[in-house]
Design a protein around this ligand. Structure first.
Ligand code: EPU
Length: 337
């Protein structure tokens, strides 16, 4: 375990923002993590996982702790399910590919989501009709105050749309060190109703898809819409899809009969923020070396060399414009640091 100083965080955030961390350490074991948390000479600490959900707007005046604790193990099996535990530092997509190589079902719709296993429960990652909570069994986390390990069962995590206890009242109090998933070993339950998946499977002439087929279709869909952070810096969806009162929705529907929506309750609907941003004229807009992605308006991009402040300012302009045109407030999904 080696503490370095004045380290660029550019390789460690998918937006590719070049800011410096005052102190920096890579952690690959639980023992080292406990030891580093005890270090009183570095009172300010920032935990970094895959760096796929942050926008860095200034130098980090803290000890950045990069979690790279690896390892996947099978905890137990029943006739048709398996409990798999993955340590926090495993790359999410590589873990999904490993589950598919074992023919374990449940994570295939979440193929190619950037980030690491340890941060996946924080915002209850999700895509194409499936959320992390659907296969989540439990997670282990270090309590930063007591340094003891606590297990959180699913019910205790208070999962919601891009939300959990770790973003609410337990925020900043724990470091997730491993996540256990309950996956299927046979009779896999496929979620292929999402329009784009059906179309992709049809195009591939696949009528009875395997979990591998579903994963391949999702990978193709994501690659066609979402920029690869290795090539163009981005953080996936920058905003959450807003939930609005039906009256607000009906008002928009009156003006724009093509507005997409998903029912949430008797009185509320969710409207895709990407649609609102596109209608407001931002899709594909480029301001020098940053802008709004051309294939998915929900994604802000850094073409190289942009600052976090520039991207933040663009996001605020988008929010203000959506508020003015549609009277809807859209909330950032990304953590601004
Ligand atoms: N849309 C537009 N213009 C755009 C983008 C989208 O009109 O520029 C419309 C689409 O035509 C479609 C609707 O909005 O009718 C939904 O679009 P899409 O299926 O691409 O999904 P999304 O709601 O924009 C969410 C997640 C994504 C996830 C996809 C697929 C959020 C904030 N985002 O996006 O998650 O991959 O669904 O399930 O919920 C992420 O969180 O980083 C992320 C990429």
């Amino acid at each position: 375990m080696k503490i370095e100083h004045n380290v660029s965080l550019k390789p460690y955030n998918t937006f590719g923002i070049d800011v410096v961390a005052k102190h920096f350490v890579t952690i690959s074991t639980l023992e080292d993590l406990k030891a580093v948390l005890e270090l009183e000479s570095y009172p300010k600490k920032l935990i970094l996982g895959g760096g796929s959900n942050i926008l860095l707007i200034k130098a980090v005046d803290a000890l950045v702790i990069l979690i790279r604790i690896k390892g996947i193990s099978i905890i137990s099996k029943t006739e048709d399910t398996v409990l798999v535990k993955a340590n926090a530092g495993e790359n999410w997509h590589e873990f999904v590919l490993w589950t598919l190589s074992q023919d374990f079902g449940g994570l295939e719709n979440m193929s190619l989501i950037p980030g690491n296993v340890g941060t996946s429960p924080i915002q209850n990652i999700g895509a194409y009709g499936v959320e992390l909570k659907d296969t989540f069994e439990s997670c282990e986390a270090i309590n930063l105050a007591t340094k003891s390990i606590t297990t959180f069962k699913k019910e205790e995590c208070e999962f919601g749309y891009r939300n959990s206890i770790f973003k609410q009242h337990a925020k900043g109090q724990y470091i997730i060190t491993s996540v256990t998933f309950k996956l299927t070993t046979k009779n896999h339950i496929l979620h292929t109703n999402y329009g784009a998946i059906t179309a992709e499977l049809n195009a591939r002439q696949i009528t009875s898809p395997t979990i591998q087929d579903v994963s391949n279709a999702i990978i193709a869909i994501r690659q066609s819409k979402l920029p690869d952070p290795k090539k163009i810096g981005n953080s996936g969806s920058f905003f959450k899809n807003p939930v609005v009162d039906k009256a607000v929705y009906l008002h928009i529907l009156n003006q724009f009969p093509d507005v997409p929506s998903y029912p949430v309750s008797e009185t509320q609907v969710k409207i895709p923020a990407g649609w609102l941003i596109e209608k407001a004229g931002f899709k594909g807009k480029r301001l020098g070396n940053y802008g709004v992605h051309k294939n998915q308006a929900l994604v802000l991009v850094n073409y190289g060399g942009a600052t976090g402040t520039e991207i933040l300012r663009l996001s605020e302009i988008i929010q203000a414009t959506i508020q003015r045109i549609f009277n809807i407030s859209i909330e950032s999904e990304v953590n601004i640091l």
